[in-house]
Design a protein around this ligand. Structure first.
Ligand code: FAD
Ligand code: EPU
Length: 338
């Protein structure tokens, strides 16, 4: 069994770069090792947290418990028909490496999800999405170990209850399962999706035809131009979800804010852009000590170096308050607050 380390700093294990320690910390490379940790007294007598790439988490306090770091590796593919493949990836694989694997194998479906940080195992947690695609669109099933029993269960798409940045694992299943492996359906018959945002423009700028490879390149270029690289500036991507409001509320706001973005979200509701709302409150680029609202993307909160988790959290509360006062819209945090 891998050693259980005491008093481990988590600074290198979260993309906000928050410097907190965990009482206990253990990595696992195999399901067998994980089982051994689950059987240990330290695991059973302490609170537990499963950590992947730490790119969607904000630590606001010392972890008075055990952190399990997922290091399961392996990707395999099975052909299920002339054009369709099931690709299974272990939870500790880096998400973007899986996307590159798919492209290298001429398998389409996840190219729009290029460069999303983090590990495969966390991707179902919030049904990761970008540029018009969410993992629910290509998801087949996952295997997860139930912490209470040690049993490995298979979850179908229906059983995951995916929603916008939501799933069973972020709600009822929170803290109860360790996701071990995820299977996606990908295809050699590519259905290219260039409809979202600036993808078309970027392809034109690059002077290339759309393909799974060029769409991936375009998404990488767009993301790199506006999202901060966590290696240079601590962050966890969008800190808030984009809110859904009633059509009537949207129409009222539109009178004052004529360029308010709106995307259809059901019959009587509309999804608007939290980044726009935060910017209109005058908070884009706002900084208090080392906690800030990113200068290029107001939906992203950043750590300029020595911010504590609580300073970032307090800034998020200020953002929520200002957006509520200005627009009457309650923003919901997307990042997991620990
Ligand atoms: P972690 O931060 O390690 O964990 C997140 C949550 O999942 C925690 O609650 C953790 O306990 C739980 N968890 C992790 N692994 C497991 C497991 N194996 N079993 C059970 N629970 C587990 N997200 C998007 O959806 N779209 C984007 O476009 C996007 N862009 C981003 C851009 C940047 C610059 C950054 C920093 C983040 C972005 N994110 C985006 C958020 C983040 O990349 C995703 O949420 C990602 O899936 C998190 O993976 P992780 O391994 O880092 O998870
Ligand atoms: N906007 C502003 N000001 C800003 C930021 C955005 O006015 O500072 C406006 C833009 O002009 C645009 C709209 O808001 O009209 C949407 O902006 P953008 O395309 O940058 O996307 P987003 O809604 O801010 C969402 C996801 C991202 C995902 C991108 C691309 C959420 C919470 N965020 O961001 O996901 O990469 O779309 O699909 O849904 C994440 O979840 O961590 C994440 C980065």
């Amino acid at each position: 069994m891998n050693a259980i380390i005491q008093n481990q700093s988590l600074k290198a294990y979260n993309t906000f770069g928050i410097d907190v320690a965990a009482n206990y910390f253990a990595g696992f490379n195999t399901v067998h090792e994980l089982g051994e940790i689950l059987d240990s007294a330290i695991f059973q007598q302490n609170k537990q947290l499963i950590l992947g790439g730490g790119s969607n988490i904000l630590f606001t306090k010392k972890i008075d418990g055990i952190v399990l770091h997922n290091q399961l590796k392996g990707i395999s593919k099975t052909q299920i028909s002339e054009t369709e493949y099931h690709v299974s990836a272990a939870a500790g694989e880096v998400w973007h490496q899986l996307v590159l694997y798919a492209i290298a194998n001429n398998l389409g479906g996840m190219e729009n999800l290029s460069l999303i940080p983090g590990f495969v195992g966390a991707s179902p947690m919030q049904n990761i999405g970008a540029y018009g695609v969410e993992i629910k669109d290509i998801f087949v099933s996952l295997k997860a170990m139930e912490i209470a029993t040690g049993l490995i269960k298979t979850f179908t798409k229906e059983e995951c209850f995916f929603g916008y940045r939501e799933s069973f694992f972020k709600r009822e299943g929170k803290g109860k399962f360790i996701i071990l492996e995820v299977t996606f359906q990908l295809s050699t018959k590519h259905q290219l999706n260039t409809s979202y945002g600036a993808i078309e423009q970027e392809l034109q700028k690059m002077k290339v035809q759309a393909s799974i490879k060029t769409i991936s390149d375009a998404v990488i270029a767009i993301r790199s131009s506006k999202l901060p690289n966590p290696k240079e500036l601590g962050n966890a991507g969008s800190f808030f979800k984009n809110p859904t409001i009633s059509m009537a509320h949207y129409e009222t706001l539109k009178k004052q804010f004529i360029d308010l973005p709106g995307y259809p979200a059901g019959e009587e509701s509309i999804k608007t852009a939290a980044g726009y709302l935060i910017e209109k409150c005058g908070l884009k680029g706002f900084r208090k000590e080392d906690a800030g609202v990113h200068q290029m993307q107001a939906l992203v909160l950043v750590n300029y170096g020595a911010a504590s988790g609580n300073q970032i959290f307090d800034l998020s509360s200020l953002v929520i308050e200002k957006v509520m006062n200005t627009f009457g819209i309650e923003l919901e945090r997307e990042v997991n607050i620990i």
